[in-house]
Structure formats: structure tokens, C-alpha cells
Write a protein that binds this ligand. Structure first.
Ligand code: HEC
Length: 128
């Protein structure tokens, strides 16, 4: 009994500790994307959430159809990081050009890995 309570307290403490810090990545990515993942978690995850899955954090999830290359280019991501916006402060002083490239690579990989379903205009829809 006592052991169980200690375990629960430990778990709760660990949870509080973790949730008060930058969220940790939960997804294992291939080695070539780990550099970008690390930069993302250092610079972006405190706002955009672990694995760029935002939603319950202050910034949008980037693993989203809205941010696929067709809708939001690499250049636009780069510009957003460097210039920021009304709601997002510029991260220019926190990350180098080369590091931004790694972050974009990581984000693009994650978007593909997430298998986001893009709804396309299907000509068959008319028949339904
Ligand atoms: C201090 C919090 C914060 C940090 C750190 C941060 N962002 Fe953001 N980001 C935001 C917010 C808030 C928005 C929503 C901005 C808006 O709606 O104008 C946003 C929006 C974005 C967008 C979408 C812009 C759009 O027009 O839809 C991208 C892409 C983005 N961030 C990438 C990044 C990347 C990559 C990093 C790390 C290099 C980063 N952000 C770091 C808060 C942050």
C-alpha cells in the first residue's frame, strides 16, 4: 500500500515537472531528422507543442494540412521564424539559417509521417 502511494506521488511529481517544461518529443524520427527535431524542441516546442502538435498550446499545430508544402512553403516557414507575426515573436536570435533548414526538414518529414489526408476534388463526388 505504502509503496503504491509513493509510486503515485512520484508519478504526479514527474508529471508536474515535465508539464512545466518544454514538452518532450514523443515521436522517434530517423537519425537524419533528429538534429532538426532537437532544434524544434529547443526553440519552437514551448509554443507549438511536442512533435509540432500544438493544439492545446498557444500556437497552432504545424503537422496539419494547412502547413503542407502546397499551402505553406518552406520559404514561408523560414520567413515566419525570422520575422515572426503579431502573435509569434521573431526567433531570429535563437536559431541560425542552417538550423532553420534542419527544423523545416524535420517538419516536412513529420508531416509525411503523419499521413495527413488531403481532401481533393474528386470528380466522382458529383455522382454520389
Ligand atoms: C513564443 C511562442 C512561439 C515560438 C517560440 C514559436 N512560435 Fe511559431 N507561432 C506562434 C504563434 C502564437 C503563432 C500563431 C501566429 C499567428 O496566428 O499570427 C505561430 C505561428 C507559426 C506558423 C504559422 C504561421 C501562419 O501564418 O499560419 C509557423 C509555420 C510557425 N509558427 C513556425 C514556428 C517555428 C518553426 C518555430 C521555431 C523555430 C516557432 N514557430 C516558434 C508562437 C510561437
Amino acid at each position: 500500500m505504502e509503496v503504491r502511494i509513493t509510486g503515485a506521488v512520484l508519478l504526479a511529481t514527474a508529471f508536474l515537472f515535465i508539464s512545466s517544461c518544454t514538452p518532450k518529443p514523443t515521436v522517434k524520427v530517423p537519425a537524419e531528422f533528429e538534429v532538426g527535431q532537437n532544434y524544434f524542441h529547443k526553440v519552437c516546442a514551448s509554443c507549438h507543442g511536442a512533435d509540432a502538435l500544438g493544439k492545446q498550446t498557444k500556437a497552432p499545430r504545424l503537422i496539419d494540412i494547412e502547413y503542407l508544402p502546397a499551402n505553406f512553403s518552406d520559404e514561408e516557414i523560414r520567413q515566419q521564424i525570422i520575422e515572426g507575426s503579431d502573435k509569434m515573436p521573431s526567433q531570429q536570435n535563437k536559431i541560425s539559417d542552417a538550423e532553420i533548414g534542419e527544423v523545416i526538414k524535420y517538419l516536412r518529414y513529420s508531416q509525411v509521417a503523419a499521413e495527413l489526408v488531403v481532401e481533393e476534388d474528386d470528380p466522382d463526388d458529383d455522382e454520389a
